[in-house]
Design a protein around this ligand. Sequence first.
Ligand SMILES: [Zn+2]
Ligand SMILES: [Zn+2]
Length: 360
Amino acid sequence: MDGLPARAGAPSNRALAEALFQLAEGEPHGDRKLAFLKAGYRALDATRPASRELLEEAPAWLRPLVSQLVACRGDGALEAAVERLRSGRPSRRRPARARFLSRVEVRETLAGAPEELDPRRLRGAFHWHTDASDGKASLEAMARACLRRGASWAVVTDHSRGLEVASGLDREGVLLQRRRVERWNREHGEEMLLLQGLEVEILEDGTVDVPALEREEIDVVVAAVHRRLDPGPDQTERLLRAVSTPGVRVLAHPRGRLFHHRSGVRARWEKVFAACAEHGVAVEINGFPRRQDLDWELARLAVGTGCLFVLASDAHAPAHLAFDEYACAIASRAGVPPARILNLRQAEVVRDWLDHGTLW
Ligand SMILES: [Zn+2]
Ligand SMILES: [Zn+2]
């Protein structure tokens, strides 16, 4: 599937998950559909080969079918079995599940990754939210969690006020947070430098929802799409305008895709990434498991255009900070040169990049 080698023997967790999601699609809304979805997510997120757990945890009515799936010899056989069960009907949502790594694949990838991409070696904890927007913990609790994980710098990136789905920060909220960031740096800056980012919204016309003067007050302006994500019209121009906006330094989760729900915007990515490289905008690899945006193929394309990268957890709670391991795995599969990953650099280097746009 998706160009990854299928293993002989039991099907991979990813193939099992895909099978269960496809079978869920064939069910009307209700308990049966939910049981398939739950088993699919379980396979995706399990830390070990999931066959046995899936069987044990499935409701009695689902067990015969699950045992049929896990008995398939490899991913290809499983795929064929699911096609028969679905009588060849195409899966509408499959594109929204393409090129997502299961947690087992993340672990396997990291086991063979260059040592620089060991998540424990990341110096920078980039892109996380606090209870000032849609996160669960305070700024200080999140910062302490970053420090405990060994970060020497970190960037908080709450949403700007324009985002309708989350309570974003207005100007006053930004200034209040600024004071807390400064207090952190007075007290703990020697151990971990905290930078204030803001995840601003790329509007339909490619402008962002925070004016120029206010952007200047933020250490790291991170631009992202959260609305108008239908894969219909090409949105290259929208993204080009966003990444050439003065003050924007990172393009976050470029497609805005969400596992099983939407495949995100369509664009001529080579052009978008080339513009990022030209304007000194780093491209994010978002490791939030349901985002994984960029995936490894698009990340490889971005490597070819000379972009800088930033690996992100998009944590909304302290435990989510570990999602940067997904970003490391994607970077490894994409062959991102460690020298182009900002999180591997020291705080002073990143600060210098923010000030002058060049990376030593
Ligand atoms: Zn976002
Ligand atoms: Zn975010």
